[in-house]
Design a protein around this ligand. Sequence first.
Ligand SMILES: [Zn+2]
Length: 192
Amino acid sequence: MAMLSAAGIACADPCDLDVPRFEPTLATVATSHPRSTRVPRTIEVELAGFATRAEAAKCFGRRYHELRRAEYITAIVQVGEGWGYLTPGKGGRNVRKVATAPLFEAYRAAGFRLFALAHTHPYGTPHFSDVDLAAMLKAGSGEFYMTNWRNETWRMDATMVSDQLEARAWRANERGVRRLARHLGFEGERVE
Ligand SMILES: [Zn+2]
């Protein structure tokens, strides 16, 4: 809940670091295997009251980037006039290509419209990976956020990816995004 000061300006930081985080014991039985993507049994808005989607993504990253054994993934949703993020899912331990489809299906089945996606990079690259870029191009719209283990949050959208490819006359295909990710380390833009 955003609290209002006497002047009527929102002043409380909605990014509460003390709210309990999602952990594997809270996953569905079907996804309880350590290597599978854990889907939360109960899907709720974990925190809300953010003025922008970027702020919601940044808060999720602040809360989950220190968990270094697996990636965490969430979706940004609209809550009233502002933004929030959902109970995150968790990738398999040390898994680099996380299967996100079951998690997003569960989010939609719970009645949420997903406006943007956010995830952590606890290992591997501190930038967007070729898998991220390929997923973004495939989605064709929306936004993608990533917070690395240094607690830096980065944003990209499909236009940023296709513009970079076009500038280098590289094709918007798997090979193109691999070149972009591996040879340049695609960062997108930093969320301050
Ligand atoms: Zn990634």
